[in-house]
Design a protein around this ligand. Structure first.
Ligand SMILES: [Fe+2]
Length: 432
């Protein structure tokens, strides 16, 4: 196994004695784990965004973030407050630190020095570009940007050279925060949770979201299907009200499309804020689950089948994105655990529902694990499951490598850091 595991997450939550209120607020800290000839090296660096540099200079937070309303300096456009803190994506020789509210920030793949903002086309400057792009089998990249206050969903299709193959905007009434999406051969699929979003200069982006999924007037969760061919909405389906951050993969199957998603009961946006006060959520088996949703274009009905209980961070092998898949990697909680700490990795068989699982010992928590194929892999278990685990009390950070065919056998390799690295949201493995 040779390559670089690129990861990103919020690394700075406090400045000048002031602390952010939400997990999504911190400034991006990019990390690279290089695996070469059986040796591992690690490097981490803050993404020096406009926001980071300006705040560092005065030793104080200046700008509003996702969940903390700070207004010490004016906001010119989305990139004034770009935290570049959600994902790190290698694409055709370049590396991008991603944040869903503004532009991709290019970072040097070797040194992690920040190169600057990326504008894909002159008229798309500072447009939202989500942190969950999908690279299709042909090597092109699909992405979206959500503009909830304006009910607009921007859609991007980039060629391998980074030029824009197609761009479009669709109107989605009552659009709320959309964090992730999936692509199939012919479609782009979005889940829109029931929130009322009212732009308000006196509130954080989080506080502009009001949950409308409970009570007699409860609104549904919508599945918005866009046709890749013309970037127009093909159909909108309705499901019971839930919230979703992350989706797995989608594939078209006759007159249906099937895709997996992690669905959360209620409004988890606010609960994630309590983490910042050290308050852990209870490990409630009813709080979240991974499901496979079938969209039937003839009957206009969406149905869901439960794949797994409490879980998050779904990933598939890169070579099956948009095509029929049979395996989905997720994190989970240990059944006996009182708190909702992710401390298990599972490789789900999406056909049978069976899980190949590994539970870490008490005290460990795990970050997203990604599937990495062996060269010329013949199946979705012909490769590795790679991630990071942290022991908070012992202040240990470790790179974990599982054989994707035998997760329950435990890690086949571990690389311990001599220090603790900030917790990341997302990353991608670039094989060399
Ligand atoms: Fe995410």
């Amino acid at each position: 196994m040779q390559g670089v595991f690129f990861r990103n997450g919020p690394g700075r939550f406090e400045l000048g004695g002031e602390r952010y209120h939400h997990w999504f607020d911190g400034d991006g800290f990019a990390q690279r784990w290089q695996i070469r000839d059986g040796k591992v090296s690690h490097l981490g660096k803050f993404v020096t965004t406009q926001k980071f540099v300006a705040e560092q200079k005065v030793g104080q937070f200046l700008y509003p973030t996702f969940g903390t309303h700070i207004t010490r300096a004016g906001v010119k456009n989305n990139d004034t407050i770009n935290a570049a803190n959600t994902n790190l994506l290698p694409f055709e020789g370049r590396l991008y630190a991603l944040w869903e509210g503004g532009s991709a920030t290019e970072v040097d793949p070797e040194t992690l020095e920040t190169r600057g903002l990326t504008t894909w086309r002159d008229d798309l400057k500072s447009m939202p570009f989500s942190a969950h792009p999908k690279v299709a089998a042909d090597g092109s990249l699909w992405n979206f940007g959500a503009l909830p206050g304006r009910d607009q969903l921007a859609l991007y299709h980039l060629k391998r050279d980074g030029t824009v193959a197609n761009f479009g905007v669709v109107m989605v009434p009552n659009l709320a925060m959309v964090h992730d999406f999936v692509i199939s051969a012919a479609h782009l699929i979005f889940l829109v949770a029931p929130f009322d979003v009212k732009p308000d200069p006196n509130r954080s982006f989080l506080d502009m979201h009001r949950w409308t999924g409970t009570g007699p007037q409860a609104q549904p969760m919508r599945v918005v299907v866009v046709a890749k061919a013309d970037l127009q909405i093909r159909q909108i389906f309705e499901l019971p009200p839930r919230m979703s951050f992350h989706l797995g993969n989608a594939f078209d199957d006759g007159n249906t499309t099937r895709f997996d998603a992690v669905l959360h009961e209620g409004d988890p946006l606010r609960e994630l804020g309590s983490l910042m006060r050290g308050e852990l959520q209870k490990n409630d088996p009813k709080s979240a689950s991974t499901v496979q949703i079938t969209l039937d274009y003839s009957s206009k009905k969406a149905t869901e089948a439960r794949l797994f209980g409490v879980s998050e961070f779904p990933r598939v092998m890169p070579h099956v994105v948009g095509a029929r898949h049979h395996r989905l990697a997720v994190l989970g909680t240990s059944p006996g655990s009182k708190d909702a700490i992710l401390n298990a990795v599972h490789l789900l068989n999406t056909d049978s529902g069976k899980a190949d699982s590994y539970h870490f010992d008490a005290g460990w928590q795990v970050e997203e694990h990604v599937l990495v194929p062996r060269p010329n892999a013949r199946s979705e278990t012909d490769g590795y499951l790679v991630g990071v685990a942290q022991h908070v009390a012992k202040r240990e950070t470790v790179l974990t490598v599982f054989d994707a065919a035998r997760i329950s056998a435990g890690p086949v390799a571990l690389a311990h850091l001599p220090y603790r690295a900030p917790h990341c949201f997302h990353g991608n493995f670039l094989s060399v």
